[in-house]
Design a protein around this ligand. Structure first.
Ligand code: NAD
Length: 490
């Protein structure tokens, strides 16, 4: 089924698509072609207020009384609805973001599994009881934290919405989700599908809008209990400051400059194409993109030339073509930002082995680019470029590899390629990152905690521990003594 283009999308508040009080409707275009895609309503502060009010009312209404097994059933029903509508959702996401549809399909499959994982994980929400001594009984209760304000970026709009929604709903919270204003369409469709699947009104509200106005208003709102944010480290810091005003719970998934570390004893036939995938998947617009490839000096020259050949062979083009491996970037503005980084790299003395010039056609395309002879202290090795640009950096030995890997303000992911299993584990324990891959490029799976060390943020998503971000623990003490308690002897 072809997606109805130029459909108008309202905000999703209290179980229905509604007109924005802001009156703002934005024209969205496809980044890969520049063609019109849809018209989408943008929320302003008054719309956020309305959404938070609906979310608060739902907590005090039927949703607050929905038992865990019913919440689990609803999450499964939403997973089924996404599965049924996957073709429409995949096309919508590919058009909105410019991303290759083959990648979107993988993200959709993971998203469906994520709802199913949290549908099962509900069974793990439990308090505990342990002996206190004397005549006291103690037990704890797990309660939903309340209304969750969730803010997601443009690079994986559907999957990021899923990572946020599934654990919050499993925990019994209600949600006001703010997608990026450029990429709100699949989150809005998911809210519609959730309503059709039976989620009560007000449980899921979606309010696309600009960050510093709409997003900041949501974060500061006194009736929002918890904020979950995915985006840049700079904005994450600002969100933390805003949360401090009302001592709000906050979790942050931020940027990265993650390394692939390739030792000369690695199976290069696996390490090279996997490292290519690790940076060019989603055109490098991934927080966990392995944008620094550290290669042992003795294998460096051969690695760079083989890596560049693979990069050149990638099929870049129409996001809707099933054969495409890399689509466009999210916008022409972003493409220009990426190119400016490459120019900075040239100025710093990096060698552009392949790519490095923007495609001047209609779409926001940028070629897979390889920067060699990079020093880890260069801007291109320290700053998140968030595009299809890799920096390849030589290292001398294991100690040097660990030093360079950790020489960054970020700590999201690291992949180690080695033929020596013990070395893989040694590096896993010494690299300061939330996730380590040993001889595998893969990163995110439902059930496996995902999140950052250092300025890549804190709090883990995708895992059982994520539920705790959306739960309060209440301790209850009960006297079992037949005698009155009279400590002052009154
Ligand atoms: P961004 O920080 O500019 O925007 C992210 C979201 O925050 C958007 O919805 C935006 O509208 C909103 N926002 C911006 N300013 C705000 C403010 N002052 N108050 C409230 N909301 C505000 O990030 P981006 O450039 O759009 O996204 C890319 C970033 O996201 C990259 O740094 C990437 O690494 C990161 N990311 C991290 C993960 C992870 O799991 N760690 C996953 C995906 C993306």
């Amino acid at each position: 089924m072809a997606v109805a283009t130029e459909r108008e999308y309202g905000l999703f508040i209290n179980g229905a698509a509604v007109e924005p009080a802001s009156g703002e409707i934005r024209e969205l275009t496809e980044p890969a072609t520049g063609d019109p895609l849809a018209r989408a309503a943008m929320a302003g502060p008054a719309d956020v207020d309305r959404a938070v009010e609906a979310a608060r009312a739902a907590l005090g209404g039927p949703w607050g009384k929905t038992p865990p097994n019913e919440r689990s059933r609803l999450l499964q029903a939403l997973a089924d609805a996404i599965q049924t509508n996957r073709k429409e959702l995949a096309e919508l996401e590919a058009r909105n973001v410019g991303k290759a549809i083959s990648s979107v399909k993988a993200e959709l499959a993971q998203s469906i599994e994520n709802y199913r994982f949290y549908a099962s994980a509900i069974a793990s929400i439990a308090g505990r009881s342990n002996p206190v001594g004397g005549s006291l009984l103690f037990y704890s209760l797990k309660e939903p934290v309340g209304v969750a304000g969730q803010i997601v970026p443009w690079n994986y709009p559907l999957m990021m919405a899923t990572w946020k929604l599934a654990p919050a709903l499993a925990a019994g919270c209600t949600v006001v989700l703010k997608p990026d204003p450029a990429t709100p369409l699949t989150a809005l469709r998911i809210a519609e599908l959730a309503a059709d699947a039976g989620f009560p009104e007000g449980v899921i509200n979606v309010v696309p809008g600009d960050g510093p106005s709409t997003g900041a208003h949501l974060v500061r709102h006194s009736d929002v209990d918890k904020v979950a944010f995915t985006g840049s480290t700079q904005t994450g810091g600002e969100i933390m400051r805003l949360c401090a005003e009302t001592v709000k719970r906050v979790s942050l998934e931020l940027g990265g400059k993650s390394p692939s570390i390739v030792f000369a004893d690695a199976n290069l036939a696996d390490a090279i194409p996997s490292s290519v995938w690790s940076i060019y998947y989603s055109a490098g617009q991934s927080c966990e993109a392995r944008s620094r490839v550290l290669v042992e000096r003795s294998a460096y020259d051969d690695f760079v030339s083989q890596f560049a050949q693979h990069a050149q062979s990638l099929r870049v083009g129409d996001p809707l073509d099933a054969e495409t491996q890399m689509g466009s970037l999210v916008s022409a503005t972003h493409r220009d930002k990426v190119h400016a980084f490459v120019e900075t790299g040239r100025g710093e003395g990096a060698e552009v082995v392949t790519g490095g010039e923007p495609d001047n056609g209609r779409g926001a395309f940028y070629p897979p680019t390889v920067l060699a002879n990079v020093d880890n202290r260069m801007v291109v090795a320290q700053e998140e470029i968030f595009g299809p640009v890799v920096t390849v950096i030589p290292f001398e030995d294991e100690k040097d590899a660990i030093r360079i890997a950790n020489d960054t303000k970020y700590g999201l992911f690291a992949t180690v390629w080695t033929g020596d299993p013990a070395r893989g584990h040694r590096l896993a324990s010494r690299i300061k990152a939330g996730q380590i891959g040993i001889n595998t490029p893969y990163t995110a799976f439902p059930g496996i905690p995902f999140g950052g060390y250092k300025q890549s943020g804190f709090g883990r998503e995708l895992g059982l521990e994520t539920l705790d971000l959306y739960l309060e623990t209440k301790s209850v003490l009960v006297s079992t003594s037949p005698k009155p308690f009279n400590p002052f002897g009154l």
